[in-house]
Design a protein around this ligand. Structure first.
Ligand SMILES: [Zn+2]
Ligand SMILES: [Zn+2]
Length: 732
């Protein structure tokens, strides 16, 4: 081959490929996926990736020569590039955006440099602030310079000064090592013994696990899904193939990696997530590409790691929103990418959850690839749930927030020196309208989505289709005049509880607190130690808390979970209530759970009370079908933002109109339904007014291509920012 295609990233031009002549001396060495150096116009020499070869030029022009191969070890294969191209098409974004997310571009720079390390020498002569920086180094003695800079939150200048003072030494040596070595594992642990239930499920999955298919393992919390995963991993690596194992969070990925290393050995296992150091990433990337890793555990971004020869992909807690990247682009969902990756490798994708995504469950049922573990391991008991009808207690409740039975339960719990979790699932920016007499929520007649009260305009609005109404005088369901806009924030509830229990320790965790870094972890640690009697918080306290002294969980307004303006609100509410109920009574003492609601007969609440996923699924899927929501369609969201409210709205209207005209012209308005434009629920963000257009796509990937090519023809004015989100997590 005479020419190489180089993928370059040029400011203003974006990612492009250009042809370069391969010099004779490089002909035997050059490979796809290598980082190379090429001349580019006035910019001089720039970094590029080799992405292809050809024997001729597409036109009659002169080409320049490749200057250098930066690293002989390739960083990816051609199949890998094909996967990224598919992701770019699916998410309606360009390849550079995907490349940026997938391949740490620092890899190119790293390829030609040695890592610098720092070593602690002494404290003498350093100022107070410098000593603080040195303390970080003293603990580990020696560490990579970049890592030290980040962990000590210091600058290169400070480090240089410290070197001049002789307090530390900078060396140029390779400090890469296997981070799992610190586990000092000498002997592998045997695999778990499976219970008869687990054995049955394991055999069922194994019989199906040939070729490419998506399999769902639905197992109630603590039913022992992990043991089944490990057995399947063992089979896969014994068959000479590799395993990718994704979990929703970095902390979980670290725990999982340790468990995997204990069972399968440290040399075959690696970890991948956004917070590992550049050095570690470089090492792991090389090992993966050379097929030296058998099991890769990681969070969302690990789906882009170049693991070879994959025989099984596992995604645990598949319902978690963390698998979807919301910002910045590419707004990919690791589950969707993994499905494609499994197709490339012709291997099964195994999804696991106690509360599966409705669409995933639907597909698994229809394809006959659903497996269920219905019993908890060791037959552990689920705590009993009491539903409190606030229509009866509303007026008698403390400040309309805490009902009598919940108050009594809190008192009893505190008297026994046990702890309480109170959950409020409310975000300050959305207000639904509910009848306090019958629990009815005012919804849009077109979309079945709760309408939101806009105080400024004195109207109820639908944020899907822009339908609006004045505030009704009477409840359309029961005729009562008890319609009210819901709205009590976490801060207020914390105050009420403090008033009610002046000598108890009450603390609050929500996203406001999260802004102060580390506060979240400190509060959870204090709660774990028993320093906090009542923890009040939003959905983030529902996850992960495993405090055996918590025997009471109260959900202040269960309705709020179900009435976000989103077609997935019932699903999210069901998942949240099911999870939070599992936080009570994890130790020796029995737990109790209370749901407060104005709508006790709501199907999702009833199913959450009895922890009956199947029952919830039947009702939810019927509602989705009626209004053509996923899995019967797919949502693509366009957001237009501008500092000028009028311009934002006008451009949204223009785009919606042009899109509708196009859709009509091609006769596909039935299969590509355009809703809006409407204000976003968060109307203004970072000084920008926001409008959205929602598209219900029933044409699969043809719909994506249609939207992409439509948007490619549009030139957006500079002051207007367009964001495209395929399968958005919410429409706030
Ligand atoms: Zn009513
Ligand atoms: Zn509507």
């Amino acid at each position: 081959m005479k020419y190489a295609l180089a993928l370059v990233n040029i400011k203003g031009l974006g990612v492009k490929t250009f042809s370069y002549l391969i010099p004779d001396e490089m002909k035997d060495k050059i490979q796809i996926g290598q980082a190379i150096l090429v001349p580019f116009g006035r910019q001089g020499l720039i970094n590029a990736f080799c992405v292809g070869f050809s024997g001729y030029l597409p036109g009659d022009f002169k080409v320049k020569k490749i200057s250098k191969i930066l690293d002989e070890k390739p960083l990816f294969s051609i199949d890998y590039l094909k996967l990224l191209e598919w992701v770019a098409n699916y998410y309606c974004c360009d390849l550079v955006t995907v490349l940026n997310a997938a391949i740490p571009l620092k890899l190119i720079e790293k390829a030609s440099k040695t890592e610098q390390a720092v070593e602690f020498v002494k404290f003498d002569g350093a100022t107070k602030r410098q000593k603080e920086v040195l303390e970080i180094l003293q603990i580990s003695g020696k560490m990579p310079l970049i890592l030290f800079e980040r962990q000590a939150k210091t600058t290169r200048n400070t480090i240089k000064k410290l070197e001049e003072l002789g307090c530390l030494k900078i060396t140029a040596e390779e400090l890469y090592r296997n981070p799992l070595d610190i586990l000092k594992i000498t002997e592998k642990e045997p695999l778990f013994e499976l219970s008869p239930d687990q054995q049955k499920v394991y055999e069922g999955i194994k019989n199906k696990a040939e070729g490419n298919k998506t399999i769902l393992l639905h197992g109630v919390t603590a039913s022992g899904k992990t043991e089944v995963y490990f057995k399947l991993i063992d089979d896969t690596i014994k068959a000479g193939k590799n395993v990718l194992f994704l979990v929703p969070e970095i902390a979980l990925a670290s725990q999982l990696t340790k468990r995997l290393a204990k069972k399968f050995g440290t040399d075959d296992v690696a970890i991948w997530h956004s917070s590992i150091s550049d050095g570690e990433r470089y090492d792991v990337w090389q090992k993966l590409y050379k097929n030296e890793i058998k099991i890769l555990a990681g969070a969302r971004s690990a789906v882009f790691a170049p693991l070879q020869n994959i025989g099984l992909i596992i995604i645990d807690e598949e319902h978690e929103g963390a698998y979807k990247q919301t910002n910045p682009a590419p707004r990919y969902d690791a589950r969707v990418v993994a499905r494609k990756l499994a197709e490339f490798h012709n291997c099964p994708l195994l999804l696991g959850s106690a509360t599966p995504d409705i669409s995933v469950y639907y597909r698994a049922v229809n394809s006959g690839n659903l497996f269920e573990l219905r019993k908890r391991y060791n037959d552990a008991k689920v705590p009993p749930v009491t539903v409190i009808n606030m229509q009866e207690y509303g007026r008698a409740a403390y400040k309309n927030v805490i009902s009598k039975p919940l108050q009594v339960a809190i008192n009893e719990t505190l008297e026994n020196n046990q702890q309480v979790i109170l959950l409020i699932n409310r975000r300050g920016f959305s207000t639904f309208t509910q009848c306090q007499a019958c629990g009815h929520v005012i919804e849009c007649p077109n979309c079945a989505i709760p309408m939101i009260w806009h105080a400024r305009e004195q109207r109820l609005k639908c944020h899907y289709c822009n339908h609006s109404e004045s505030f009704p005088d009477f409840c359309p369901e029961c005729g009562s005049d008890a319609l009210k806009n819901s709205g009590t924030g976490t801060q207020k509830i914390e105050q009420y509880i403090k008033e009610l229990y002046p000598d108890k320790k009450v603390e609050r965790i929500d996203s406001d607190i999260l802004v102060r870094k580390g506060e979240h972890i400190r509060l959870l640690e204090r709660f774990q130690k028993g320093d906090i009697d009542i923890l009040v918080g939003t959905q983030m306290i529902a996850k992960g808390l495993d405090n055996p002294n918590v025997t009471l969980v109260g959900v202040i307004s269960a309705d709020a979970s179900f009435n976000l303006p989103d077609f997935r609100a019932s699903e999210r509410g069901f998942q949240l209530l099911t999870q939070v109920a599992g936080r009570a009574g994890r130790g020796d003492f029995a737990g109790r759970v209370f749901f407060q609601t104005y709508n006790p007969e709501f199907y999702a609440l009833e199913s959450a009370k009895s922890q009956n996923y199947g029952e919830f699924f039947e009702k939810e899927i019927a509602a989705r079908e009626e209004f053509d929501y996923p899995p019967f369609s797919q949502i693509i969201r366009l957001v237009l933002a501008c500092e000028n409210n009028f311009r934002a709205e006008k451009s949204a209207q223009e785009i919606a109109l042009r899109l509708c005209t196009m859709v009509e012209k091609y006769g596909i308005s039935e299969r590509l339904e355009v809703l809006g434009p409407t204000n976003c629920v968060i109307e203004r963000l970072n000084g920008q007014y926001r409008f959205q257009i929602l598209i219900k796509n029933k044409m699969d990937e043809k719909g994506h291509r249609f939207i992409s090519s439509f948007l490619n023809k549009i030139t957006m004015p500079k002051d207007i920012k367009l964001t495209i989100d395929v399968d958005p997590l919410d429409i706030l």
